[in-house]
Write a protein that binds this ligand. Structure first.
Ligand code: ATP
Ligand code: MG
Length: 403
């Protein structure tokens, strides 16, 4: 594709985004961040012009249009996209272009036989001499003549030809791909996700990113009791998640075995899991400071495993100094698995790999943990030193945003 001349036919991707999110004073931030995220997402694929225009973002990739469109489907905040061609603001030119776009769509239509279609015009340029309905009728009438199998269906068309009349030209399109919805990553700040190699926490990170949070990660690793492959698994998961955000995904790999040994040695084995989790929250709260993250994210869900009761979550939460966000709190496992499959983390997560939590596993974990007992058991530990040592051994892995 070459750059367009005035009046020429040019390829552009019309990007739509959620208007609801724009209530309040955040509109400009939202649009700026979305345009930026689009730019970064396309960088490894093609040079592209990205500009904002009255409630839309216009993307002009130099090449690889189809790949670029698929990539845009990972950019949160965007509700739908259409590859479009542009005509100058004259009815004859618009109508000719609509015919061409329509013919292209018909040529690729998967079935023979009858086809219901309609034209739908929207106008943000109100000086255009024809109303939307007049354009619909005139262009629709002309398109219908193209083929005897065509009927107009305003309510439930199978093929919709859109005409978007804007100040700089009329955009004509016949395809509309769903975007992922959500809010542009970065508009709501930053959080730190406690990620294991399991199914849940990667999905929790994905959902938090979808709500506009830029994500950093921490994983706890029980070397030498548990091998390097557990760590590699988490790195691979973060790599999958990295395609949803514009900046590098920073993963802290924290040595956790010393803390676990110390916790084992205080006895009361039923409290081990809860005490491990409390330790994780403490260390994560400190790392969050380094990351300028304002919240922690976990994959915990109520009642999913015996240890995830309100009582235990309360004990665990109490060790954090930041709010703990649990996007999956009310999810059934099947709902989480469905998302994991869709975003491409399920297969990785399903590879059996020992997690640090399985180390010195209690035979009977406590179901209703009591905060006073947690505090009492921990009073026998040098918590501050364990936290400092873990932080001192933390290793940073930084993954670029192309997934
Ligand atoms: P997941 O599938 O995410 O492992 P889960 O359902 O297995 O979750 P738990 O094993 O009880 O539940 O873990 C609860 C949460 O604690 C996880 O979702 C994750 O946020 C955090 N977590 C558990 N183990 C680790 C770890 N090794 N490193 C970092 N975070 C962890
Ligand atoms: Mg787990």
């Amino acid at each position: 594709m070459t750059a367009s001349e005035p009046g020429d036919v040019a390829d552009v991707i019309l990007v739509r985004y959620g208007e609801l999110a724009l209530k309040g004073g955040n509109r400009a931030d939202f649009e700026r961040q979305l345009a930026n995220n689009i730019r970064v997402a396309l960088e490894p694929i093609t040079p592209a012009k990205v500009e904002r225009s009255w409630g839309r973002i216009l993307v002009r990739p130099e090449r690889r249009l189809e790949v670029a469109m698929r990539r845009l489907q990972d950019v949160f905040g965007l509700t739908s996209i259409s590859p479009a061609r542009v005509a100058p603001l004259e009815f004859a030119a618009i109508s000719d272009l609509a015919e061409r776009v329509f013919d292209e769509a018909l040529a690729e239509w998967p079935r023979p036989g009858p086809l219901r279609f309609r034209v739908r015009t929207t106008r943000s340029e109100k000086s255009f001499p024809l109303t939307s309905v007049e354009v619909d009728r005139a262009v629709g009438g002309r398109l219908k003549e193209r083929d005897a199998r065509l009927t107009v269906d305003l309510a439930e068309p199978e093929l919709l030809v859109g005409i978007d009349v804007r100040t700089e030209g009329a955009y004509v399109f016949a395809r509309r791909l769903d975007g992922p919805g959500g809010l542009p990553v970065g508009t709501l700040g930053r959080a730190l996700c406690l990620i294991s190699g399991g199914i849940d926490s990667p999905v929790a990170a994905y959902l938090a990113q979808k709500r506009g949070l830029s994500m950093a990660y921490v994983t706890y690793h029980a070397a030498p009791f548990i091998g390097e492959s557990a760590k590699k698994k988490v790195v691979d998961l973060v790599r999958v998640l990295s395609r949803f955000q514009p900046r590098h995904s920073r993963l802290w790999v924290v040595p956790f075995a010393a803390a676990q040994v110390a916790i084992r040695d205080v006895g009361t084995s039923s409290y081990r899991t809860v005490l491990y989790r409390r330790m994780m929250q403490r260390i994560a709260s400190r790392l969050a400071e380094r990351e300028e993250a304002l919240a922690l994210v976990t994959g915990e869900s109520l009642g999913q495993v015996a240890s995830q009761t309100l009582e235990n979550l309360t004990c665990i939460q109490a060790a954090a100094t930041l709010p703990v966000i649990r996007p999956l709190v009310s999810f059934d496992k099947e709902e989480t698995v469905r998302i994991a499959r869709r975003i491409g983390t399920f297969e990785l997560s399903s590879v059996q790999e020992p997690d640090c939590c399985t180390l010195f596993m209690p035979t009977k974990p406590v179901i209703r943990g009591r905060p006073e007992l947690c505090a009492e058991l921990e009073s026998r530990l040098d918590i501050a030193r364990l936290v400092e040592n873990a932080l001192a051994g933390a290793e940073l892995v930084s993954i670029p945003p192309q997934g």
